[in-house]
Design a protein around this ligand. Sequence first.
Ligand SMILES: [Fe+2]
Ligand SMILES: [Fe+2]
Length: 451
Amino acid sequence: MAKNSATIHLSEVVGALSFALDITEGQPVGHSLRCCWLGMHIGAQIGLSEGELSDLYYTLLLKDIGCSSNAARICSLYLADDLSFKHSYKMVDNRLPEVLRFLISNTGRNSGMIERLQAMIHIARNGGEIARELIDTRCQRGAEIARTMRFSESVAAGILDLDEHWDGSGQPLGRSGSEISLFGRIALLVQVADVFFMRGGKGAALAEVRSRAGRWFDPQLVGAMEALEDRPTVWTGLTANDLQQLVVQLEPRTLIRDIDEDYLDNIAAGFARVVDAKSPFTAGHSERVALFTDLIADELGYAPDRRRWLRRAALLHDLGKLGVSNTILDKNGRPDSEEWVAIRRHPALGRVILSKIEALKDTADIAGNHHERLDGKGYPYGIDASAINLDTRIVTTADVFDALTADRPYRKAMLVPDAIELMSRDVGTAIDSACFQALQRGLARMNQVAA
Ligand SMILES: [Fe+2]
Ligand SMILES: [Fe+2]
């Protein structure tokens, strides 16, 4: 179980979960933390109050929380790998020729000539509208998820304005100057600064933000960043091994937010929505897996506290999917061998992220093992029944049931009786018998309630 709720700091949980956002954005790990580090120094430099710094802190950590929601659209429009596309796109200034050059070289790299041409024509005709729509989806969704995680309207506004530019050339609303949320302005500045910092260090970051001052960036904020130029600790912090700890210490002391079990549920549900938003084929998946998990656990006599904990683990079981490209997740057909390798990485990736979070690390094994099978033929480790605990078996059963009864890129959803029949063939080899029976009892009970 999670440790005593009074000792859980929100910053630790959100800071660690921000790694999941980095992999969705195709950014080098630690991007969100580095943005938070640099942005907080800028916030202090311009004299923000403690309350403002506290909201800025969470805006910076969560700026990319809507990022998964446009991944599928990027893939279908640009026929591109969403992770590498997003990474490269952040390097591009938005002056037209550069954007066009980028689109031409990144569209349909691995597609046939006709498909590539069609995608290019579509982009050429509707480029502005497409960009606006992508960013709108991302920002709206991000702000909405932040609200469900109980962050303030100022945080939501900062996320919403992340892609607005000082001169009004940004998206989605074309806001300009001080119409743009101050937190959004800082987040955009540090986001670009970090991408260039990771490429060429402090000099590259400063040169880039200077060159976009007054166009993308608020000149006053660029000035504040320039004022940090001779503060070595600001720049060494960005590459420090213990940056996660440093960022935790940056949260305004008097406003440190502790979280209780209810709040931790909200955070888990928020991140489940980030995962589910990545692909149209996984919409609602994590939430439903949590529901079926709870149904099975209840039938198996789990105590309420343990059920709650297991629901949370189920919500986060596919967290590592954020690191898998939509060209693979949404593929209309069976993945090839290389794509399988990428898919099979997601349990281990989820395990790594969750194990970094003190309050959630006891759910890491479930994320890591949810595709293992009792006969040892699962992935990624090939462990067998002797190493798969009941908690994991429950989540696996719920996961398989939801996967079969939801639409997939290569087949329509199965009817419940057909899914149960198919699963019955795997009882004892992939699916635990007691869990399978509990699922059937639980479904029957749900049916009775519904009737
Ligand atoms: Fe999975
Ligand atoms: Fe899943």
